[in-house]
Design a protein around this ligand. Structure first.
Ligand code: DXP
Ligand SMILES: NCC(=O)COP(=O)(O)O
Length: 250
């Protein structure tokens, strides 16, 4: 399986938010990514709206519906009432639930499935009743019982948190070890019937090893590294580089 690439637009929004001006255009950059063959767009609105604003979501939904109907919209976030109302209003193809505290600088862990079983059951039921594909952010720890809870609360997929993997870019032995653990976690999830996504600190350099360890990898969502590369190579060329790193023959 070749992993699909969903381009996360948070970093573009953060740059835009430096000024009270509408550029760079989050929708415009999203269009460039989709024109270059990205399979979808991801946003992760946070309660303080420090990058993606809730108000960005309608235009991104319209971009996909009007110009790229085969692309997917993935909205990630902590399931507050505001977040759930946002996704119900704008109907992303996938909702990824992340256990972020509002004060966190960025996502840095997956769900504690045992402690959050009841809350996740309620939220997943609401989202599944609404027709959404639901993915749950998960640590790369091959814990069968925790993954079984993720399946039992109603998730369709997990998104493996790859921060520790991305963080050891200068240490190949550790990267190999963590990739192995992520691969074991993915294999257990797949055995339980869950699809497997991955994201956080992925780059064009670290994707190929990850993909080798996770042959069933369905989707990667990438923002920070991809945006950094886009400053050097341009968005279109960068998206092509990431698609190749995912294994696409283009
Ligand atoms: C869940 C995840 O890893 C991403 O959504 C990441 O948290 C992006 O958010 P920031 O752009 O705020 O770091
Ligand atoms: N789900 C991860 C994501 O959307 C982007 O994370 P990053 O590439 O900005 O670290």
């Amino acid at each position: 399986m070749t992993a699909k690439l969903s381009v996360n637009l948070n970093a573009i929004a953060m740059l835009r938010n430096r000024r009270d001006l509408p550029w760079p255009s989050v929708t415009g950059v999203g269009r460039l990514a989709l024109e270059a063959g990205a399979h979808g767009l991801t946003v992760h609105p946070r309660p303080d709206q420090r990058h993606i604003r809730f108000g960005d979501v309608p235009a991104l939904r319209a971009l996909i519906d009007d110009e790229f109907p085969k692309a997917e919209f993935n909205i990630e976030g902590y399931p507050t009432d505001d977040f759930l109302e946002l996704v119900e209003k704008h109907q992303p193809e996938q909702v990824t639930l992340v256990p972020d505290d509002p004060s966190q600088a960025t996502s840095d862990h997956g769900w504690d499935f045992r402690a959050n079983r009841d809350r996740l059951t309620t939220v997943c039921r609401r989202l599944k009743d609404g027709g959404f594909r639901v993915s749950l952010f998960a640590d790369g720890v091959p814990d069968r019982q925790a993954l079984k809870i993720a399946r039992d609360v109603g998730a369709d997929r997990i998104e493996l948190y790859t921060g520790p993997y991305g963080g050891c870019f200068d240490d190949p032995a550790t990267a190999e070890k963590i990739a192995g653990e992520l691969g074991q976690t993915a294999a257990l999830a797949a055995e339980l019937g869950l699809g497997v996504n991955a994201g956080h600190d992925l780059t064009v350099d670290n994707l190929p090893l990850l993909a080798r360890h996770i042959p069933m990898l369905a989707e990667v969502s990438i923002g920070h590294g991809l945006t950094a590369d886009a400053l050097v190579y341009g968005m279109a060329e960068t998206v092509r580089r990431y698609r190749r790193a995912c294994g696409e023959a283009i």
